[in-house]
Ligand binder design. Structure first.
Ligand SMILES: NC(=O)c1ccc[n+]([C@@H]2O[C@H](COP(=O)([O-])OP(=O)(O)OC[C@H]3O[C@@H](n4cnc5c(N)ncnc54)[C@H](OP(=O)(O)O)[C@@H]3O)[C@@H](O)[C@H]2O)c1
Length: 294
């Protein structure tokens, strides 16, 4: 008789993208908040997941044959959206199809803030995956994640070197949150009750403009770092001089134009409600970025 290797009555949770920055934070948080759950890391290179301290299975979004094996016996799946922009609709569909075959009981998916109305070029792929999820018949929870504050604080080193924080976001209001806040929200959605069929718009409690961000950097460093708003083409061209590939530079500049239209703004406070605490303040994430530069 086939015997399950798993403990009886224990929820088995699997995390895709387990080797990524968000996946690692989710696993760390799950270990502390859901010590009774059995957690499985899904990674395209399981060797890269060895340091996570939990069982790891090979799961490459682009290789369906790995997904059937990877999802066997899984109750709840966190599908962290792929980082391979342009291929994600097909990749995510591969995961959803395999999950249906494997009898996964619920999928939690990391989508994009206001995916149905967002002007960001990223929205179409996320909306496609949301539609696939809804059509799959598998119970789902959609986490429409806003921007990570780290997307901007990652440029602080460059701003200090260049004497200004540059971008194309104008006076757009940005309600970002720390990656760790979104990780905690994913854990709440994975382990809590009542999230089935729900779609959450997740963003930070506090909104700021890039002028505010530059002022915060100035305050914490004691230097005068102004915000310099550039036309989209000039910003993209400047990013390529820092070594970014042309297509990625264009995409980043385009997302900043979206930000200038408040595409990264939301004041529903669903993230802080889900994690039952305020989101991480901008000043804290700026301080962490400055500390990392030391
Ligand atoms: N909200 C935001 O501001 C924001 C910003 C950036 C990205 N995102 C989205 O959120 C996701 C998680 O963010 P993050 O910061 O954790 O990104 P990340 O650090 O780049 O991690 C991406 C993860 O996706 C995995 N992956 C990529 N292609 C794969 C494939 N074909 N099969 C299986 N796994 C694959 C990577 O595996 P490897 O370790 O093997 O590379 C990695 O584990 C990203 O993938 C992206 O969709 C959101």
């Amino acid at each position: 008789m086939h015997r399950s290797p798993h403990r009886k009555n224990v929820m088995i949770i699997a995390i895709t993208g387990a080797t990524g920055q968000l996946g690692r934070l989710v696993i760390e948080t799950l270990k502390s908040k859901a010590p009774d759950a059995e957690i499985i890391a899904l990674a395209r290179s399981p060797a890269k997941a060895a340091d996570l301290g939990i069982p790891a299975r090979e799961a490459d979004y682009a290789k369906p044959e790995t997904l059937d094996r990877a999802l066997a016996g899984i109750d709840t799946l966190l599908l962290i959206s792929s980082s391979e922009i342009g291929q994600r609709s097909t990749q995510h569909r591969n995961v959803i199809d395999a999950a249906r075959q494997a009898g996964v009981k619920r999928i939690v998916y990391t989508s994009l803030l206001h995916a149905d109305t967002s002007p960001l070029s990223l929205a179409a792929e996320h909306l496609g995956t949301e539609a696939d999820l809804k059509a799959s018949g598998i119970p789902f929870t959609i986490l429409r994640n806003g921007w990570y504050t780290e997307n901007y604080t990652g440029s602080i080193g460059g701003a200090l070197a260049g004497g200004a924080f540059i971008g194309s976001a104008g006076n757009g209001k940005i309600a970002s949150a720390a990656r760790a806040d979104y990780a905690e929200a994913a854990v709440a959605a994975l382990t809590g009750a009542g999230h089935e069929g729900r779609t959450y718009e997740l963003a930070g409690d506090e909104a700021y403009t890039l002028t505010d961000l530059a002022a915060e950097i100035s305050r914490q460093t004691g230097r005068t770092i102004p915000y310099k708003n550039l036309p989209q083409a000039e910003y993209a061209a400047t990013l390529t001089t820092f070594g970014l590939p042309e297509a990625f530079a264009q995409a980043l500049a385009g997302w900043d134009i979206g930000a200038s239209q408040d595409a990264l703004f939301d004041d529903s406070h669903q993230l802080s409600k889900l994690i039952a605490r305020p989101t991480t303040p901008l000043a804290t994430t700026v301080a962490a970025a400055l500390n990392a530069l030391k």
